[in-house]
Design a binder for this molecule. Structure first.
Ligand code: HEC
Length: 421
């Protein structure tokens, strides 16, 4: 007798997927996490298996924006196969809750008390930004701080979308406070002059504890304060808001380089109703630099964000959703002197864009002094004596930006290169 063996790989077991689920689902879907319900039991997955399967298939959960953090096809298919046939032996198992990231709190900053996140989103004069509040944190730093990691905790884990940090000597934020003296914080975006909110990183739903790669730090100058732009999403219930920001500092005797911001920004852009296309910012780097982190500023009419160095894609986000914004780690990106950098924003102001807040779409125009669109490199000069060049460079780039016209889809900025003198 001759049998033809059909070799079917056995379906994945719970053991095959538990770490993926633990690290990529439970990390948010846990008691007091940012997600609205828990996914800590196999039963939680079984009950919603086809819905969860479709979210995974469409890359909507886990909600990683950056291409390099997304699940590979292999990981996806492993979990999808497991979901299709969850074994009855596994039904009573639980998915391990990951340990909280290691963190040493060297200094704590607190928000002023008295702000309540409203139950519903507000009407704003500004068509782009609605639910924003900017706060000054106490205390003001006494001596220069070198921050190795941030941790943000608040009473409104589910409402908070992102916290964009920046430092200031107090003059700009104080002016803002004066405009709304009866509540703490003020209803404006949190740029501090030519230092945009996010200058010291953006903490989002996915990275409330955020470690800066070793060898780099964010620096807060002596007698400055930390300010932050809070973006929130009302949940239907008014929620009293208070928050703490903890900083872990670089040990005193460790060598570390301060990160500076190199902004590839588009100051202002417009699109007619129904229009879509790409907007480019091209820039030639006058110095060589390491870029361990980057942040993005973009709104809901942006679909894709790409960064190219010498025509090679080094960072990409498909299907941009501001809800999930944060600061991302690059894979040891080094930019050579005279390298060509290109930030590409694919915008879509049509009704094909499900995030377009306007149906039917309207003609739109956005502008912001530090850029309505931006890819921001958190960079350190390779040559130690060029550290201050980067600071000068940022001011020059932002100053040059102010004379840019309003860009439309299919436009590229001239390949300007500002050299520090
Ligand atoms: C970074 C945090 C985070 C991670 C990681 C995460 N989620 Fe979520 N999830 C959320 C939040 C927050 C929501 C609420 C909806 C929203 O904010 O868009 C949500 C919503 C959901 C929903 C409801 C969606 C809807 O449209 O009603 C499901 C189902 C879900 N997540 C499953 C998962 C699964 C499965 C994983 C792992 C593969 C996962 N999530 C990973 C934060 C996360």
């Amino acid at each position: 007798m001759y049998h033809r063996a059909v070799i079917e790989p056995p379906p994945p077991t719970f053991e095959d997927v538990r770490n993926l689920l633990s690290q990529n689902c439970v990390i948010c879907h846990v008691e007091k996490g940012p997600a609205p319900f828990e996914l800590t039991q196999v039963e939680d997955y079984r009950k919603r298996s086809s819905f969860i399967g479709s979210l995974i298939q469409e890359d909507r959960m886990p909600p990683h924006l950056s291409q390099k953090d997304r699940w590979t096809d292999l990981e996806k298919s492993l979990v999808l196969q497991w979901l299709q046939a969850i074994s009855s032996n596994d039904q009573h198992k639980s998915v391990p809750i990951p340990d909280p990231p290691k963190f040493r709190s060297d200094q704590t900053f607190v928000t002023p008390k008295g702000f309540t996140i409203p139950s519903e989103g507000g009407e704003r004069w500004h068509q782009g930004d609605r639910d924003i509040r900017t706060f000054r944190l106490a205390p003001r730093v006494e001596k220069t701080l070198r921050v190795q990691a941030w941790r943000f905790e608040s009473t409104a884990q589910r409402e908070v979308e992102s916290v964009a940090l920046v430092h200031d000597d107090g003059t700009v934020a104080r002016y803002g406070d004066l405009q709304e003296p009866e509540t703490p914080g003020y209803e404006m975006t949190g740029d501090m002059g030519l230092r945009p909110a996010g200058f010291l990183g953006v903490l989002g739903i996915g990275n409330p504890t955020f470690r800066i790669p070793t060898g780099y730090h964010f620096e807060i100058p002596e007698s400055h304060e930390i300010d932050f732009e809070l973006r929130f999403r009302p949940s239907g219930l008014a929620r009293a808001f208070s928050a703490t920001l903890d900083a872990e500092l670089v040990p005193q005797d460790h060598l570390s380089r301060a990160l500076q911001l190199v902004p590839l920004s588009i100051r202002s852009w417009r699109a007619n109703a129904g229009e879509s296309g790409t907007i480019h910012r091209i820039w030639k780097s006058p110095i060589s630099m390491d870029v361990p982190l980057l942040s993005v500023r973009a709104g809901r009419r942006v679909k894709d964000v790409t960064l190219k160095v010498d025509d090679r894609v080094v960072f990409q986000i498909h299907d941009w959703d501001p809800h999930w914004q944060q600061t991302w780690e690059t894979t040891n990106l080094r930019v050579a002197k005279n390298a060509k950098l290109e930030a590409i924003f694919t915008v879509d102001n049509s009704d094909q864009n499900p995030r377009n807040p306007e149906t039917p779409p309207k003609d739109i125009q956005f502008g912001r002094r530090t850029g309505a669109l931006g890819v921001w490199l958190h960079a350190a000069a390779c040559e130690p004596d060029e550290t201050s060049s980067l600071q000068i460079l940022r001011r020059q780039m932002f100053t040059a930006l102010q004379t840019d016209g309003v860009m439309s889809p299919e436009q590229t900025t001239p390949g300007q290169s500002v050299l520090p003198n």
